[in-house]
Design a protein around this ligand. Sequence first.
Ligand SMILES: [Zn+2]
Ligand SMILES: [Zn+2]
Length: 169
Amino acid sequence: MLVERSQIPPEGLDLEVRVEPRWEGVEGLWASLSPVEASLHLEREGNGILASGTFSTTAVVQCSRCSEPVSVPISDSFAILYTEPSEAFDAEEVELSATEMDVDVMQDDRIDVTKLLRENVLLNLPLQPLCRVDCRGLCPHCGINLNENTCQCRAQEGDPRLLPLQRLL
Ligand SMILES: [Zn+2]
Ligand SMILES: [Zn+2]
């Protein structure tokens, strides 16, 4: 979804959007169940566009221990200043010194709202999601899901230094 800078009136533009970004190739992401719902406010800022707002969605990711799918609600707010390529460096300096605003380069005097939301959702994905805090994960030996089953691997494990001895016995 593209918004041209020329479409933004002087007083700014408020948008309620519902987009379904593409998620193929995103590591750790199983699927996205719900589209991203967002409220945006776009404003002209110098020769660029200031985009701010909030979004929410639900991502389905893999539990980092047992690989089962986990639904993770994600919501956050953002403020991104899109500038002309030549101004990006100056704006970056402003960003460092003053605000929590992100700075990005604007292409062809327009911004891609779908891409903006996709990037912000990705930034908010949990790095090590868990299906539950005490997930027991998979057995490293036989791969069984230890939340659902038990196996005998651990009992047989023993001290590897004793293995040659055990063979003798
Ligand atoms: Zn798990
Ligand atoms: Zn096992």
